[in-house]
Design a binder for this molecule. Structure first.
Ligand SMILES: NC(=O)c1ccc[n+]([C@@H]2O[C@H](COP(=O)([O-])OP(=O)(O)OC[C@H]3O[C@@H](n4cnc5c(N)ncnc54)[C@H](O)[C@@H]3O)[C@@H](O)[C@H]2O)c1
Length: 252
């Protein structure tokens, strides 16, 4: 590790699992102090305990404005500012015909995956204005190249791309860069919850791999590496970009 984020303070949401845990761990390895935020406060605490650098954990429901306000206040009191915000926490949906989607489920998807970014804009971005910073929103290749059965999850991720572009334009004057990462499928707890376990799950993952030109699924480490780059000063002239980390799935 090379200290590419030395001296920076980061908030990573969904840091208790999957990509978020990998990003928090890489960030700390690069010298950042990380606030690991997750609905599952115990999982966030376990990750934070392994990080050092004065990193800490905070239970937070990103879909709840009061909970995000409390997270921001925690960051302000502890660090005074935030340099990096990774809006990574999200929920998915079980594959189904679109007509079978229920309004309550769609509303929850938009609340956690999209409206959460609004709460961050209101409560956390003011803590980035003085020094500038980097926001990374987690979208998905499914926003651009959808697979059937996940219509409303895909729609939330498409909205994240649009919000990223709008934010990049609006916050450039504050020297806050806003980019998105679009991962391909990775075998995190999110996907295991969709596919389950056993032979059928293995078969489904096997079929998925064949759709990735580079011949494998993405790994949390792939996503974390991209996040380090976008968060670091090496990307200081990059804003409004959606970076696919998908083994070529978009062109395959
Ligand atoms: N895994 C994939 O294949 C894949 C592909 C493309 C994009 N993504 C995106 O990457 C991100 C991370 O996915 P993952 O696979 O690591 O998922 P994951 O399910 O392993 O982890 C998500 C974390 O978010 C937390 N979370 C859920 N709801 C929350 C809420 N309301 N408030 C705070 N925390 C909450 C969960 O507790 C969990 O720790 C998500 O935005 C997801 O949509 C994942």
């Amino acid at each position: 590790m090379t200290g590419r984020l030395h001296g920076k303070t980061a908030i990573v949401t969904g840091a208790g699992s999957g990509f978020g845990a990998a990003i928090a761990t890489r960030f700390a390895g690069e010298g950042a102090t990380v606030i690991c935020a997750d609905l599952a406060g115990d999982k966030a605490a376990a990750i934070a305990a392994s990080l050092g650098n004065g990193s800490s954990a905070r239970a937070c429901d990103v879909g709840d404005p009061a909970s995000v306000a409390a997270l921001a206040e925690y960051a302000r009191a502890r660090h005074g500012h935030v340099d990096i915000l990774v809006n990574n926490a999200a929920i998915s949906q079980r594959p189904k015909r679109t007509a079978k989607s229920e309004v309550a489920e769609i509303e929850r998807l938009f609340s956690v995956n999209v409206l959460s970014i609004q709460h961050m804009i209101v409560h956390v971005l003011p803590l980035m204005r003085e020094r500038g910073g980097s926001v990374i929103n987690m979208t998905s290749v499914t926003a651009i190249r959808p697979r059937p059965g996940m219509t409303w999850y895909n729609a939330t991720k498409a909205a994240v791309i649009s919000v990223t572009h709008s934010m990049a334009g609006e916050f450039a004057a504050d020297r806050i860069r806003v980019n998105a990462i679009a991962p391909g499928v990775s075998r995190t707890p999110m996907f295991d919850a969709i596919f389950g376990a056993g032979e059928r799950a293995e078969q489904a993952y096997g079929q998925l791999v064949e759709t990735f030109p580079l011949g494998r699924l993405s790994e949390p480490a792939d996503i974390a590496a991209a996040a380090v780059y976008l968060a670091s000063d090496e990307a200081s002239f990059i804003t409004g970009v959606v970076l696919p980390v998908d083994g070529g799935r978009l062109i395959g």
